[in-house]
Design a binder for this molecule. Structure first.
Ligand code: 3PG
Length: 308
């Protein structure tokens, strides 16, 4: 029986990526069903009913969605973070969940620099800003995005430091990174801190008042990871107390209105999550997701499965 693949993206991919995906499935004999830019959860619940596979972005695949998807065998999150998928329920229902690690990392890293420059140059308003050259960027988690941040930072003439307990110190040092083994030391010694940790039970609200209070004078924190890793009460408290520090975020925190009102000049957030919003990232992640689905069905290839 022919497979139905649902492309469910409330934030649609660029046309070039959708065209590329639409090219892959007919060749494998599968049907592609598109549900793009949807706003009503019911549309997703209806669309998953006949799906054997799904490609998603930050779309929420909850227990309710998985219950409605009686034929579903695989969900591929075209991107890195899979905190939007109920992994426990997926495993219970024998649904394989994958991500496409690394495919959109450069786009996210470039946005981190866009946000750094925007704040360093006073949000492109009048008056003197500062330069990135000779400053130190501290990379909080040296994964796929962190590595691109390090590479771009060198081009700006920055010093590069990192904290990542999951990556061997020698490996980071070999790539020219000043390694901190305590996260507090990273925050205490860097002009810019760029956050790249995933959102999970250990990391949610882990960027808290105590950690932020270690920041160097004039430091800027850029969060292109998830808003959930920030302890927002602690963030507001430290921004109140320390009038020298700045915060930029890809996707607004829940305390956005308060941040704008109180710290407008030292704060910026994108309106929608923009990190992976490039044609290149969409093509990389979207086509990788489509190919992973074909390999899963044809060869039982489970590379990149995250709910093992
Ligand atoms: C990711 O986890 O890959 C990024 O946050 C991108 O998310 P998006 O595909 O929803 O833009």
């Amino acid at each position: 029986m022919s497979k139905n693949v649902l492309l469910a993206t409330d934030k649609a991919f660029a046309k070039i990526a959708v065209d590329g995906i639409a090219d892959i499935f007919p060749k494998a004999g599968y049907n592609l069903i598109k549900l793009e830019n949807y706003t009503d959860k019911q549309d997703l619940l209806n669309a998953v009913k006949d799906a054997h596979a799904m490609i998603i972005r930050s779309d929420k695949v909850t227990a309710e969605v998985l219950e409605a998807a009686q034929n579903l065998q695989i969900v591929v999150r075209a991107g890195a973070g899979y905190d939007n998928v109920d992994l426990t329920k997926a495993t219970e229902k024998n649904v394989c969940v994958m991500n496409t690690p690394g495919q959109n990392s450069n786009a996210v890293a470039e946005l981190a620099f866009g946000l750094m420059l925007f704040l360093a140059r006073k949000k492109f308003t009048e008056g003197n800003g500062t330069e990135l050259r000779d400053k130190t960027v501290g990379i909080h988690a040296y994964g796929n995005v962190g590595r691109f941040v390090a590479m771009i930072a060198r081009g700006f003439g920055m010093n590069v430091a990192a904290f990542d307990p999951y990556v061997e110190t020698e490996k980071m040092e070999a790539e020219g990174i000043k390694v901190y083994t305590k996260v507090e030391d990273l925050y205490a010694n860097c002009d810019y801190v760029s956050i790249h940790i995933p959102a999970n039970e250990q990391t949610k609200k882990s960027i808290n008042y105590d950690l932020l209070s270690k920041l160097m004078p004039g430091a800027c924190v850029v969060n292109t990871a998830r808003k959930e890793v920030m302890d927002e009460e602690g963030l507001v408290a430290i921004m109140n107390e320390r009038t020298d520090i700045m915060y930029a975020s890809d996707v607004a925190p829940d305390c956005h209105a308060e941040m704008v009102e109180k710290f407008g000049k030292r704060y910026h957030s994108t309106t929608k999550k923009m990190g992976a919003q490039t044609s290149e990232a969409n093509v990389n992640a979207g086509l990788a997701a489509a190919n992973q689905i074909v390999r899963f069905f044809e060869n039982n290839d489970r590379t990149f499965q995250v709910n093992k």
